[in-house]
Design a protein around this ligand. Structure first.
Ligand code: ADP
Length: 452
């Protein structure tokens, strides 16, 4: 074989072996590249879904702008706050950052670009931060704006400020009297005033110190209620009997103002499961107010009755009444229609707000109707013990945890009763829990108030 033939054969052999191998490798590489691309796209899609899921689950609004100022992402909360999100950061800042200083801070390249925004009755706290962040695996540098609803926080802060100002004012008034009267007595009064005048000054000092004491005790009570530290002792008792006792206690005080105080009962079986001292305090407040705000010769009627499963006690007077505009405010702390009139008899302006809080604690409420110059009607509603025990029996049978002090007491009553009853009372013929039968027994016991 000549040399040229050998070269030709080698080239042919090489071509036959190498070219298919190359073609195969090429194909394999392309296939691998395709697979890689599919994998990358899947990862991107997954990451996008994941980041969208994360953004959607956040309870703050998020808006992200890229390094080119354009909108990259936002979450549903942000869309709920702002509607259509501006498609550039500068438009966003023009619209929402002009009045709160965020736009200026951004252009001055400040480290702190934040502010508050009042939008449709909500207060939002906006913070804009520059970030290198990743979207679908790629790094971007841009801005993220977070928007947090701080309405409740701001409202509470405002209420706290008003409360502190009110407390300071209420304490300052009697304190000023005490100080000036005692100063006068110390300076010259004891030497120069008559015995009678000195006695009247000391009486004034005493009255105002009692008022301060009452105010502080009401404030301490409110603070224990607010801090959920108020201790309640839930017991079964007769609401009508409790109301009668309170009225008996104030008949003489009413009579001394020539006011007739009458009590009557309109329904049988008024057993409640509640904190008796709280109920006494509520009723005392309503009756004492009725006496204070009724002119001499007036008439106060107190009566108990029931509406379906609720008991009520109405305290109805034909006193000075309350203007419509004041009516919705009288349960607010320190609200008084006539400050001087209320202070004159030592009112703190906290009585009704405490009474309402105490009523809520027993799952009750206080409602008011009044007409200026005609009179007022305050109604305390409380759920019957029957209803509380019925609801709790279902909770116990569903193994639900007691949700408040009333439920804890009711569960305790039911547990005690279950311990006393025989198996036949609790289980029916099929051996399952006889809820209806048990309810009948409980209701009879509540009505007769035997053994509970
Ligand atoms: P106060 O210590 O001033 O009585 P309350 O919280 O008990 O505080 O009552 C708030 C305000 O509601 C009172 O200052 C008074 O103006 C009004 N009010 C309460 N009860 C009556 C009533 N029976 N008749 C008229 N006004 C009432």
């Amino acid at each position: 074989m000549s040399d040229s033939t050998i070269v030709l054969v080698s080239v042919l052999v090489t071509a036959v072996i190498v070219i298919p191998t190359m073609l195969w490798r090429n194909k394999r590489d392309r296939r691998r590249a395709d697979q890689n691309m599919v994998r990358t796209m899947r990862r991107i899609a997954n990451e996008r879904t994941e980041s969208q899921a994360i953004l959607s689950s956040l309870d703050v609004g998020i808006v992200a702008y890229g390094s080119d100022d354009r909108l990259i992402a936002s979450n549903p909360i942000a869309e709920a706050y702002f509607g259509v999100i501006p498609d550039s950061l500068s438009t966003f800042l023009d619209r929402y950052g002009a009045d709160n200083g965020m736009r200026a801070a951004y252009y001055l390249e400040s480290d702190d670009i934040s502010g508050e925004l009042d939008l449709d009755g909500c207060t939002l706290r906006l913070v804009c931060q520059q970030h290198p962040f990743r979207v679908a695996g790629e790094r971007f540098s841009g801005h993220i704006i977070t928007a947090q609803d701080v309405t409740l926080f701001r409202r509470q802060e405002e209420q706290r400020k008003i409360f502190v100002a009110n407390v300071s004012h209420e304490l300052k008034t009697p304190l000023t009297t005490i100080k000036s009267y005692s100063e006068t007595l110390l300076d010259w009064g004891i030497d120069e005033k008559s015995r009678e005048d000195i006695k009247s000054d000391v009486a004034r000092i005493y009255d105002d110190s009692v008022r301060m004491e009452r105010l502080i005790s009401d404030l301490l009570l409110l603070s224990t209620i607010d801090g959920s530290r108020f201790h309640v002792k839930m017991v079964l008792f007769d609401l009508a009997e409790c109301a009668r006792q309170i009225c008996d206690r104030f008949v003489d005080q009413a009579a001394s103002k020539s006011i007739k105080l009458e009590f009557s009962v309109l329904s049988r079986h008024t057993t409640v499961l509640a904190d008796r001292s709280s109920v006494e305090r509520i009723l005392t407040n309503l009756v004492v107010n009725a006496i204070h705000y009724t002119e001499a010769g007036g008439h106060i009627r107190v009566y108990t009755g029931n509406i379906v499963d609720d008991f009520y006690i109405k305290v109805v007077d034909n006193g000075i009444g309350i203007e419509k505009a004041d009516l919705e405010n009288i349960f607010r702390r320190f609200y008084r229609v006539d400050k001087t009139g209320s202070r004159a008899f030592g009112g703190t302006g906290l009585g009704l707000s405490i009474a309402q809080e105490l009523a809520w604690m027993q799952r009750g409420r206080i409602e008011v109707e009044s007409e200026h110059g005609i009179g007022s009607q305050f109604t305390l509603f409380l759920p019957s013990a029957r209803r509380i025990l019925r609801e709790s029996l279902f909770e116990v049978s569903n193994k639900e945890k007691p949700r408040d002090a009333v439920a804890i007491a009711a569960h305790e009553v039911i547990r005690r009763l279950l311990g006393e009853l025989s198996r036949g009372d609790i289980k029916d013929d099929t051996g399952s829990f006889d809820l209806r039968g048990l309810l009948d027994i409980i209701e009879k016991k509540v009505d007769n108030r035997t053994g509970l």
